[in-house]
Ligand binder design. Structure first.
Ligand SMILES: O=c1[nH]cnc2c1ncn2[C@@H]1O[C@H](CO)[C@@H](O)[C@H]1O
Ligand SMILES: [Zn+2]
Length: 378
């Protein structure tokens, strides 16, 4: 049964991969740009929103990433960072996201003289404010932070230390992002080794614009807990003669170890990592029971939301509420907050939320509910 848009919006959703500087409201970009005198490609918010999507729709990660110059440029003061973070939490909560890990690269917000610590504090203040407003609006959310280091730069060790410094005040993990080809994860081995010694968590953007070697390095050299995208693990899958899918060694490792894949369907189509939603490996990876999660990556550049990504996946692969619940539970199992807090979100928020939605269906008698036990194997 295809969920209605209202059901999708109401469903408790969990997101692990969302960039703060890729999720601004177009109106906020316009407003902040006028204050700092930054010239934008369009001054009308609607037109600017369209510009971001069209410019990002480039078929290349490098060109997609160029659009971030216009968001990063307006995120250079504490006030701007706090505002953007608060609005991010509010927007995710309004869309029914109950837990989010949001990432950004502190080193990109130093142009007007802020220190790395000031950047982190400004963003954390914004997330707390956004959480407060969301709770007040009756849509509680918890937002945790991942600090990203840019893979072409050389500040990853410093950013890793920042993660450890703020691990008790909102920051839960580390990531590297930016152009993948030519910038392998092992370039930042020092940062990853440091984090492992500190018992800290990290994910790595890998297997998006570059294939298996990037995923292999991220896991086997660097020790990543999760893969940002990781979608090109399908390069290690082959159809065998009996019609089944044969897993290569790396693909088997990823599935056996339950390595979480932070899949971002719309973003992948824009950067050329997948030809279309229909041909996106999401369907195959889900069928093969990888630890798949649904994510937005950059809501502004893809004009998307968690609800829209789920709606697209339902249209394409026929997913229903049980599948959404599985994606949400997968994401919480893979989250970087402590185990007891993950469990509490699963048992007290996600499961009751889906149970209520399904009960509503029976109540209004519109549609049958899947037979009991149909999804219990998950
Ligand atoms: O999908 C992606 N792949 C690689 N890098 C990305 C992606 N989305 C955003 N960023 C990069 O991460 C920085 C910090 O948030 C952004 O400024 C952008 O350059
Ligand atoms: Zn990303």
């Amino acid at each position: 049964m295809a969920p209605t848009w209202e059901e999708i919006r109401a469903a408790p959703k969990v997101i692990l991969h969302d960039h703060l500087d890729g999720g601004l409201r177009p109106s906020t970009v316009v407003d902040l740009a006028s204050r700092v005198g930054h010239e934008l490609p369009a001054s009308d918010p609607e037109e600017l929103g369209r510009w971001f999507v069209e410019a990002a729709d480039s078929g290349s990660l490098e060109r997609y990433l160029e659009t971030f110059q216009h968001t990063v440029a307006v995120m250079q003061t504490s006030e701007a960072l706090t505002r953007v973070a608060a609005e991010c939490a509010e927007d995710l909560a309004a869309d029914g996201v109950v837990y989010a890990e949001v990432r950004y690269a502190p080193e990109q917000h130093l142009d007007a003289g802020l220190t790395l610590d000031e950047v982190v504090r400004a963003v954390e203040a914004g997330f707390r404010e956004g959480e407060r407003r969301a709770a007040e609006a009756g849509r509680p959310i918890r937002v945790a932070t991942l600090l990203t280091a840019m893979r072409h730069a050389a500040r990853s060790r410093e950013i890793a230390e920042l993660v450890v410094r703020y691990r008790d005040t909102g920051v839960v993990g580390f990531d590297i992002a930016g152009a993948e080809a030519g910038f392998p994860p092992t370039r930042h081995l020092d940062a990853f080794e440091y984090l492992r010694r500190e018992n800290a968590h990290f994910t790595i953007h890998a297997g998006e614009a570059f294939g298996l070697p990037s995923i292999w390095e991220a896991l086997q050299w660097c020790g990543a807990d999760r893969l940002g995208h990781g979608v090109r693990i399908v390069d290690d899958l082959a159809a065998s003669e009996d019609g089944n899918v044969k897993l290569g060694r790396l693909a088997a490792y990823v599935r056996d170890k339950r390595i979480p894949l932070e899949l971002c369907p719309s973003s992948n189509v824009q950067t050329g990592a997948a030809p279309s939603i229909e041909e996106h490996p999401f369907g195959l990876l889900t069928r093969l029971r990888y630890r798949v999660t649904v994510n937005t990556d950059n809501r502004l550049m893809s004009n998307t939301s968690m609800s829209r990504e789920l709606a697209l996946l339902s249209e394409t692969f026929g997913y229903d509420l049980d599948d959404y619940q599985w994606f949400a539970v997968n994401a919480l199992k893979s989250a970087f907050i402590p185990f007891d807090e993950r469990l509490a979100l699963i048992n007290d928020v996600v499961k009751p939320g889906y149970a209520a939605l399904k009960a509503q269906r029976t109540l209004i008698g519109l549609r049958p509910v899947a037979a009991p036990g149909a999804s219990s194997a998950r």
